[in-house]
Design a protein around this ligand. Sequence first.
Ligand SMILES: [Cu+2]
Length: 77
Amino acid sequence: MTKSFTVKGMTCGNCERHVREAAEKVAGVTSVTVDRPGEKATVSFDESVTNAGAIAAAITDAGYDTTPHGGGATGHW
Ligand SMILES: [Cu+2]
């Protein structure tokens, strides 16, 4: 499935890359698009392997406050 995340604190192209790489490292993630001006990341992933909460946590761990759209951080989508 594909999920959008709000990502706060990206200030330059390096931030954008950090966010993308953090999401790409999560097992099951197949593609990541980062929209820095829009404070957004769009991530496609295999939902039998991972979930939006885990991806948000990985990006947050990289230093960017991240929230999945459409539910809580551990939600049921
Ligand atoms: Cu930066």
